[in-house]
Design a protein around this ligand. Structure first.
Ligand SMILES: Cc1ncc(COP(=O)(O)O)c(C=O)c1O
Length: 471
């Protein structure tokens, strides 16, 4: 129930999969005559990029060999300059923070409503984007993640209108949504809805190999050559032809039968939703839980058995021993991704595994409630409210740093992103002033057992990287 979407080759076009398997080393070539050059495509790579643009409805598409990560970074660099502002939601992938450090752009945070039941951030509304654009002058771009990690989709059409009315470019991080264009029963894809730049991890929900991704540009608000130039700067000069061949085969296959393949995934996912929804003690995030402002991608299942005291990581472990690996788990939920590669029989086995995993001895549900109480303020935006920058993200990452004990960090400037998982909302970003409420929140979350990225642990003592102007 995990990406990559080809699910270990089960769903691959058999001819392409056989060719790749058989000729793996023979295909691992470099820029020799006849094989074009990703840095300046004019032959076979240009043809694949044109086919991708036709398939997804872009004016220009770029093949990426370093995932959506490099696409998001290049998109931010091409649309923001040092000192520009970009509106982003509270929870973003780390490539967005890297894009801010590389470009020198400064973030403006758009309010993000949350689901208190599942303890997850939802998405941004057109009204909240409009509020950010009116409150701050000079925002040159808005970036939204669509779908979110939990499959929540936003009203991109309305968001695009709001952005364009204010001369801001809309970038959609569609890492989890390359399949959206292939079904009218799914929420709208970014390009359909009017986004200017869309970045897709084609490896996640279509069948390309891990790292193979696409960046699309539409309209004339973005200079295509600036994107090309930043991609040349950020991507390897030795791109893998195996990865590009896998992307080429996916683009070709989805041009021929993408709608049928995705229709099958949607139907299977809806059947799994129905089956899980009928089980005692199992909740599956559904349209009714997220309100009319948002839509749900049915192929991502946020499954919670927290009411029986089975928390996300516990459910994940119980499913692993029954032969199923979920995409990821947070405090309350486990997330399963269904793609065109999943066979109906395997999905029935998955439902049965969930039934047995949840029926196994329940855990004390009050433990879950206690943890929820602790994490609720974070999900509800406590960390975002405390965000005050003493330096830009770029200044902070390019200045010297040293480690200090967590308790001694109050008043200092963070040199790192410090992010608890779940729910992946950073409590500190580089350049942010560290305050007492932030340190207290971090300590509460550590006591609740959350794992932090960006914090150093040595023999049970926690320290943070702070900016050290002297080094
Ligand atoms: C929302 C989001 N954006 C971007 C990325 C980066 O994608 P990739 O792994 O293709 O570099 C991820 C990866 O998980 C993601 O979840």
């Amino acid at each position: 129930m995990h990406v990559p979407g080809h699910k270990q080759g089960r769903g691959s076009d058999t001819i392409a999969a056989d060719l790749i398997a058989q000729y793996l080393y023979k295909m691992d070539l470099t820029e020799i005559p006849g094989l074009d050059d990703l840095q300046k495509p004019s032959e076979c790579i240009a043809k694949t990029e044109e086919e991708a643009a036709r398939l997804f409805g872009a004016d220009r598409s770029f093949l990426l060999v370093n995932g959506s990560t490099v696409g998001v970074e290049a998109a931010i660099m091409a649309t923001c300059r040092p000192g520009s502002k970009i509106a982003i939601p509270a929870a973003v992938h780390r490539s967005v923070i890297a894009g801010l450090a590389l470009s020198g752009a400064e973030p403006v945070f758009v309010d993000t409503p949350v689901s208190h039941r599942y303890l997850i951030p939802l998405g941004v509304s057109p009204a909240d984007v409009e509020r950010s654009l009116s409150a701050e002058t000079g925002i040159s771009a808005v970036l939204v993640t669509n779908p979110s990690y939990y499959g929540v989709c936003q009203d991109l059409e309305a968001i695009a209108r709001v952005c364009h009315d204010r001369d801001a470019v809309l970038i959609v991080d569609e890492a989890h949504g390359s399949h959206l264009s292939f079904s009218s029963s799914l929420p709208a894809a970014g390009l359909e809805a009017g986004a200017d730049i869309v970045v897709q991890s084609t490896h996640k929900t279509l069948g390309a190999m891990t790292q193979a991704a696409l960046l699309h540009v539409k309209g004339d608000r973005v200079d295509h050559e600036r994107i090309a130039s930043f991609l040349r700067m950020l991507q390897t000069s030795s791109p893998s032809y195996v990865l590009m061949a896998s992307l080429d085969s996916v683009i070709h296959r989805f041009s021929m039968e993408g709608r049928e393949l995705v229709a099958c995934a949607v139907q299977n996912a809806n059947e799994v939703r129905e089956s899980l929804g009928s089980m005692a003690g199992v909740d599956v995030l559904s349209a009714g839980d997220i309100g009319p402002m948002f839509a749900l991608d049915p192929t991502r299942l946020t499954i919670s058995a927290a009411d029986r005291g089975v928390l996300g990581l516990e459910l994940q472990e119980r499913l692993r021993i029954r032969g199923f690996q979920v995409e990821f788990s947070d405090l309350l939920n486990s997330i399963a991704v269904i793609t065109y590669s999943d066979a109906a029989a395997d999905l029935q086995r998955f439902c049965s595994a969930v039934r047995h995993a949840v029926a196994e001895s329940p855990v004390d549900a009050s433990i879950a409630e206690g943890l929820c109480e602790k994490i609720r303020p974070l999900v509800a935006g406590a960390a975002v409210e405390e965000r005050r920058f003493a330096l830009t993200i770029r200044e902070a990452v390019f200045t010297g740093r040293r480690l200090v004990n967590l308790d001694e960090s109050v008043g200092e400037i963070s040199a790192e992103s410090v992010c608890p998982y779940p729910p992946g909302i950073p409590v500190l970003l580089p350049g942010q002033r560290i305050t007492r409420p932030i340190v207290d929140l971090v300590k509460t979350l550590l006591r609740a057992g959350l794992v932090f990225h960006g914090m150093n642990v040595d023999k049970g003592s926690y320290s943070l990287a702070i900016v050290d102007g002297d080094s």
